[in-house]
Ligand binder design. Structure first.
Ligand SMILES: Cc1ncc(COP(=O)(O)O)c(C=O)c1O
Length: 421
């Protein structure tokens, strides 16, 4: 399977043979909360984590595991887990790494929900949050002996900033810090595979391009299996339980995934439903085709909007004028993302635009097959202070457009009528 290319993996990884019980070619939706044990000894071994198998639906489901296996393959990782939302994936990831007193070094250009998680949960719990520009220099300067994670987005939401992942990974590993990449905008690995560029963990909102049709909420974490969790910064990984075992002694290089499953699924119950996993699997089958089409249309729209008199500024890393263009050419493949943001001349014009659009829907999502638009200042980033919003590249006149699969000409016509004075 490792030799298959991305387009083959997105169809076959996680289900290489037809369903053994029924011959079904599609991955069945295993709608069950529980599994009959073979014996008392097997039940005890499953509960002790000493046997492989399905113990209980909060932790185990074959439909969900097919999705996990497919995404692990697409992200070139070694292990992973699925959760009930992208937000749940970020929560499980950070709680697996952090502890009171730890420092988290994060990009100051992130999805607003990630800032909510950091500011409303991790900071009151006792973590120090250090938000800096996602450059190797700024992040290196922010690292301390207490730092347990560096967190960036492949393409920042909504500024379009693309961090230099290989350079960041080098800085992180010099200080024994894992690099975590929210690869949601990297489209399930099609545009970028951060684990191959040196990152240690990838987090996704499967709600976006993985599902791809605006029909589910889900999240995923994938682990590279390279980080040294015994480096001294992660005492929870080496702490012994009542049986004298630690996450590290039980799972070795994949200790992160074992602990994230223990906290995110077993303890906090942020479980993905098998139906949502099925929808995500369906979406993945056409991921490369959808991403390519949306990226090509987004680039054409960015070039067209760049000439439009009602548009003040475009934030799209595919344009040579974007500060991240050169890095994006090195770290992304196939295209520059399916989202472009642009500024109108004032906030009133931005509000008029989203209310006038007819084909493009005004709603809170990205990565749908249908094109969608939103004003991040008053919605996705509204919980941030005005200076924090501006630091994240969010202004009152900024419009975020997630480009779907419609015809370029129809999208241009809709934008043109909505931008007309
Ligand atoms: C970059 C990024 N990460 C995470 C999330 C959160 O995902 P979810 O809505 O599935 O919880 C989003 C949602 O918009 C996002 O854009």
């Amino acid at each position: 399977m490792a030799a298959w290319e991305f387009e083959t993996l997105q169809l076959h990884a996680g289900q290489e043979q037809a369903d053994p019980a029924t011959g079904a070619r599609a991955v069945p939706i295993y709608a069950t909360s529980s599994y009959v044990f073979d014996s008392a000894a097997q039940a005890a071994a499953l509960f002790a984590g000493e046997a492989e198998g399905n113990q209980y639906g909060r932790m185990h489901n074959p439909t969900v595991e097919a999705l996990v296996a497919r995404l692990v393959a697409l992200e070139a990782g070694r292990a992973g887990l699925a959760l009930s939302s992208g937000q749940a994936a970020a929560t499980a990831c950070l709680l697996t790494l952090a502890r009171p007193g730890a420092r988290l070094v994060v990009s100051k250009e992130l999805f607003g929900g990630t800032f909510s998680l950091l500011n409303k949960l991790l900071a009151p719990w006792g973590c120090e949050i250090c938000a800096v520009p996602p450059t190797p220099e700024a992040m290196a300067a922010a690292l301390s002996p207490e730092t347990v994670a560096v967190w960036v987005e492949t393409i920042a939401n909504p500024s379009g900033t693309v961090p230099d992942l290989p350079a960041l990974a080098e800085v992180c590993h010099r200080h024994a810090v894992p690099l975590v990449v929210d690869n949601t905008w990297g489209g399930g690995g099609y545009l970028c595979q951060p684990l191959l560029l040196g990152a240690d963990l990838v987090v996704h909102s499967a709600t976006k391009w993985i599902g791809g049709h605006g029909t589910l909420i889900g999240g995923v974490i994938v682990e590279a299996g390279r980080f040294d969790w015994a480096c001294g910064k992660f005492p929870a990984f080496t702490a012994r339980d009542g049986r004298g075992r630690s996450y590290l002694s039980r799972a070795g290089e994949l200790a992160f995934t074992l602990r994230a499953r223990d906290l995110g699924l077993f303890t906090m119950g942020m479980t993905l439903s098998p139906f949502a996993a099925f929808l995500a699997l369906q979406g993945l089958e056409t991921l490369s085709l959808r991403m390519q089409r949306s990226c090509d249309t987004a680039l054409a729209l960015a070039r067209w909007l760049n000439q439009h008199p009602a548009v003040k500024r475009i934030l799209y890393p595919g344009l040579p004028s974007h500060p991240s263009h050169a890095v994006a050419q090195r770290t992304l493949r196939h295209g520059f993302g399916a989202v472009l943001s642009f500024e109108t001349h004032d906030a009133a014009a931005a509000q008029r635009l989203v209310e006038r659009l007819r084909l493009i829907s005004h709603l809170a999502n990205i990565g749908d097959a249908k094109s969608v638009v939103i004003l991040p200042w008053s919605t996705t980033h509204a919980s941030l202070s005005d200076p924090a919003k501006l630091a994240a590249g969010v202004t009152p006149e900024l419009v975020r457009l997630s480009v779907g699969l419609e015809s370029l000409r129809d999208l241009q016509a809709d934008l043109a009528q909505a931008l007309a004075l």
